[in-house]
Design a protein around this ligand. Structure first.
Ligand SMILES: *Cc1c(COP(=O)(O)O)cnc(C)c1O
Length: 376
């Protein structure tokens, strides 16, 4: 991409002038790092929501090439799409099968996560008829969202024959606040999960998400389920991020203007120039997942210069105060870093009042997407 003129590569930026670059080598490196930390437990990759917005069709093969054989998605449709990409992978569907969808799971070799007794009974009934198939059993240890409630677990413990017809491949639960290691809820959930396992037939177990891996060996059991950290989100908020940066979002400047007080910028006139200012407009907006809450709060980079977002975020446009940036760097066509290694997804999330997960999964469909790395 290096150009002697310093001009960006027009083709790489596409017609909108905004490009999202996903580094698949970084995804693979993050997988290997988490897998090494989790060992001897296995490490599964969570690729739901289009691999957290970075692109499952590209990320899943890269993860498989890095040694991953177990995958989790949220929906049946995601599982079917992943099966087409990875014929030999073990694929769990976290949301399980809605009533009547069980045959679709079997047809595509997908493993439902059985979240309640009726779902368990339906999978068992099919297995008794046509041969047992693998599934995961999810027990609720504190999320109160999906998974067997305490009374359902007690019922099952009294009638273990209900599991006949199911190949119990995994018993799992999900942590509520693993990114806060000091929270006593982590130990409570660990104790509840151990107690739940004791009520069930012996089976491999899984408790930890990305941050949970860092809570120590007690939390890793047989399989960890890494999601966000694979895609560069810091699993240990407040500490330096040890994961490799995966996404870079860059936009080219459309227009530059000089304004002076009392001019305002954007809808609602929420920013008023207090002095002569230079405003640059770039081509992304809330329709692209650059959240509206970043208005007057977000920060971008032009080279080494930090430039604040001023005014509201529009559907397709963002306005930046580039006063003080050398004119040669802040002119139509010049490149602005919106998300980058030096201003990572977690920082953008903090400015938006959300978490890196939401920034990633909101990444827009209008960006020109570019994949880097050996498996690209
Ligand atoms: C999304 C999800 C994960 C992955 O969590 P991260 O924090 O992204 O690592 C693991 N387990 C379950 C049940 C999930 O829903």
């Amino acid at each position: 991409m290096a150009r002697t003129s310093g001009r960006p590569d027009d083709a790489a930026f596409g017609s909108t002038g905004t490009v999202l670059t996903v580094d698949l080598d970084a995804v693979a490196a993050n997988y290997r790092a988490l897998a090494a930390l989790a060992a001897p437990a296995g490490c599964a990759a969570v690729v739901k929501a289009d691999a957290y917005g970075v692109g499952m069709a590209q990320a899943a093969p890269a993860l498989a090439a890095a040694g991953c054989s177990d995958f989790f998605v949220a929906h049946l449709d995601e599982g079917i799409a992943l099966r087409a990409l990875l014929p030999d992978a073990t694929i769990y569907v976290l949301n399980g099968a809605l009533p009547g969808a069980e045959l679709e799971f079997r047809r595509h070799g997908l493993r439902p996560v059985l979240n309640h007794l009726a779902a368990l009974d339906a999978w068992a009934a099919l297995g008794r008829k046509d041969g047992a198939r693998a599934a995961a059993l999810h027990v609720d240890s504190g999320m109160s969202r999906l998974g067997l409630a305490d009374d359902e677990l007690a019922t099952l413990a009294r009638a273990p024959a209900r599991l006949d017809g199911i190949e119990l491949a995994l018993v799992m639960s999900h942590l509520v606040c693993s990114e806060e290691p000091a929270d006593p809820l982590n130990a409570e959930q660990l104790a509840r999960f151990r107690a739940a396992r004791a009520c069930l037939p012996a089976a491999p177990a899984s408790l930890a998400n990305s941050s949970g891996i860092f809570l120590g060996p007690d939390f890793r059991f047989d399989l960890v389920r890494a999601g966000a950290a694979l895609y560069g989100v810091n699993p240990l908020p407040g500490q330096p991020n040890r994961m490799a940066s995966v996404v870079r979002l860059q936009a080219r400047i459309l227009q530059v203007r000089r304004i002076d007080s009392p001019r305002t910028v954007g809808y609602g006139a929420t920013h008023r120039a207090a002095r002569p200012s230079t405003i640059a407009t770039i081509a992304l907006g809330y329709a692209d997942g650059y959240l509206r809450s970043l208005g007057n709060r977000g920060v971008c980079l032009i080279g080494e210069h930090r430039v604040p977002v001023v005014g509201r975020i529009s559907m397709d446009l963002v306005t930046l105060d580039v006063t003080g940036v050398p004119a040669g760097l802040a002119q139509p066509g010049a490149v602005v870093d919106v998300i980058s290694e030096r201003h990572p997804v977690d920082d953008v999330a903090a400015e938006a009042g959300t978490i890196g997960y939401e920034i990633l999964t909101s990444l827009g469909r209008r960006y020109k997407r570019r994949y880097l790395g050996a498996s690209a």
